[in-house]
Design a protein around this ligand. Sequence first.
Ligand code: MTE
Length: 337
Amino acid sequence: MNIHKRRIWDADGRCTSEQAYVSRRRFLGNAGVAVGGLTLSGVLGCDQKSSAEVARLASAEKALEASMNPQSGNAFVRGERNPRYTLDRPLTGEKAAATYNNFYEFTMSKHGVWRLAQSLKTHPWTIELAGEVKQPRTLDFDEIVKKLPSEERLYRLRCVEAWSMAVPWMGIPFKAFMDWVEPTSHAKYVRFVTFNRPKEAVGQAPGTAWNWPYFEGLTIAEAANELTLLATGIYGHALPKQHGAPVRMVLPWKYGYKSIKSLVKIEFVREKPHTFWNDAVPAEYGFYANVNPKKPHPRWSQATERMLETSGKRPTLPYNGYGEFVHDLYKGTPEAA
Ligand code: MTE
């Protein structure tokens, strides 16, 4: 999320000049140490590399590998890939996606999330089902996964900051979840909430700028749209913590901030709910947040996007290329892209 504040990494993460960074990457390549998408600015503190530093990098690489292969104990059910959802570009490499994240509960540094997020305890995990629903109750995450069908989908994800990725998610179509829990006829919106655990998530420590927990919302029609996914996995395994383990939303036609991570509450409500970013910076982040190349962010254009890993630029597509699935939801409204 790009916000108009001094970011932590302005102070600690960008101390390395581009040229120095490139030469360090070359050194690491020569040394046979694969660092993938890591920006180890703390480790890469000087130009002369000692064997201790190389060893530290190798150990960071191991930690990253471990973070991408979660051993959380959460249930994970693999499903077949649904061929209906196709991509117009290659998949983003797993490491690139796992080392460049937005998860402000841990840090505002995208390259720092994967490491800090490992302190989150994701098993056991429950979700409070509340509001206008047949039987409000506490759901065990493992029970949901075993009960409902999972499938794999290749989706693009476009962040409001103009970077994008294309990844294979595993998950439960949210419509199947709704059919199971049976919202009442009064339910007009769905509200989603993330954990609030300052002891596990350093970015939630008292005194930080944000009004935790993170919360999001959808209209009931958006929630029931076939694209809306309750994601439990990525790249063929359970979600790593940095991607929002054990369960998150994925809404590929909306800017990424709608795809709320690590859900602890799903509430069916009568009124339009408040949302985290809309409350924090209402002039910049709306409730609907449909990807729209013609609607610039107040501080930057949304006409193009930069793909993770390759940094290749592409023109932004209306609804991130998912118009055929969603344009009926917004026809004739200011939210149409
Ligand atoms: N969910 C929570 N709880 N906290 C966050 O900071 N960031 C959002 C979204 N979900 C965020 C969140 C934003 S801005 C983006 S772009 C996506 O997560 C990024 O998902 P990824 O890190 O898995 O690529």
